[in-house]
Design a binder for this molecule. Structure first.
Ligand SMILES: [Cu+2]
Length: 126
């Protein structure tokens, strides 16, 4: 009888520690997100956007300095990809959809849509 109470107590403490661990990791994620948002504002925020329309990237040349979040919006009905030449980013964007990528390159590089090789652009590092 006494032994089974101990088992329940230990199991209860174990469950409580899992819940607390889950809570604290949630808080960590929230703080991390806040820092990322701050970096975006410093980097110029809304300027870092590429629109795909008429099977072309616009602008086709984007200048970054340091890791930069870029939102890519596909206004075509066809799917496209945003693929860096080094393959470090390869995102498919469905028609009418958008995605956000973090571009972190140390030297200028090109990007392309894998579906339409004539769709190209350049990331320049300032
Ligand atoms: Cu395409």
């Amino acid at each position: 009888m006494r032994k089974s109470k101990w088992v329940v107590l230990v199991a209860g403490l174990f469950a409580l520690s899992i819940v607390m661990a889950a809570c604290s990791s949630d808080e960590g994620g929230g703080e991390g997100g806040g820092e990322t948002t701050g970096a975006d504002v410093g980097g110029g925020g809304g300027d870092n956007a590429i629109v795909i329309e008429g099977f072309a990237f616009n602008p086709s040349t984007l200048t970054v300095s340091g890791p930069t979040e870029v939102t890519i919006t596909n206004n075509d009905s066809a799917s496209h990809t945003f693929t860096l030449d080094d393959g470090s980013i390869d995102e498919e964007i469905g028609g009418g959809e958008s995605t956000t990528v973090t571009i972190d390159v140390s030297a200028s590089t090109g990007f392309v849509c894998r579906f339409h090789p004539q769709m190209t652009g350049t990331i320049e590092v300032s």
